[in-house]
Ligand binder design. Structure first.
Ligand SMILES: [Ca+2]
Ligand SMILES: [Ca+2]
Length: 121
């Protein structure tokens, strides 16, 4: 430390990436679940205190299947269609959280969705 550094007020920097509550989510859902049902809520935390690049700035996105969508703010994962186990019984989804920094920090996680035989048919 020298005298010059004292002139700069400590300012928060975007030095924390979002962290998912789990690195990998595993969920099992019944087949024939109605489209639009919420099957999972992902949650990431960002330790930066700024609204611009901290927790409040996080945006979620999803890759891997058009059968699902992820609410960019709430992290709610919902189905977009009726899932047919005979066509596909397992989905590997990539969930991503990005903060709002100028050089945004991001983190990805994996959600594995398995559809189970419905006992009603
Ligand atoms: Ca951050
Ligand atoms: Ca920080």
């Amino acid at each position: 430390m020298n005298c010059c550094t004292c002139l700069f007020l400590p300012q928060d920097e975007n030095d924390n990436p979002p962290e998912f509550s789990k690195s990998s989510y595993i969920i099992k859902i019944p087949e024939n679940l109605i489209a639009g049902a919420t099957v999972l809520v992902v949650n990431a935390t960002d330790l930066d205190s700024s609204r611009e690049f901290g927790q409040a700035s996080l945006i979620y996105s999803l890759e891997g299947s058009s059968q699902f969508r992820l609410n960019s703010r709430s992290g709610e994962l919902t189905t977009t269609a009726l899932l047919d186990r005979e066509q596909k019984s397992e989905y590997i989804l990539i969930v991503r959280a990005v903060d709002g920094g100028v050089g945004p920090q991001q983190k990805t996680g994996i959600a594995t969705v398995t559809t189970l035989h419905s006992s009603f048919n």
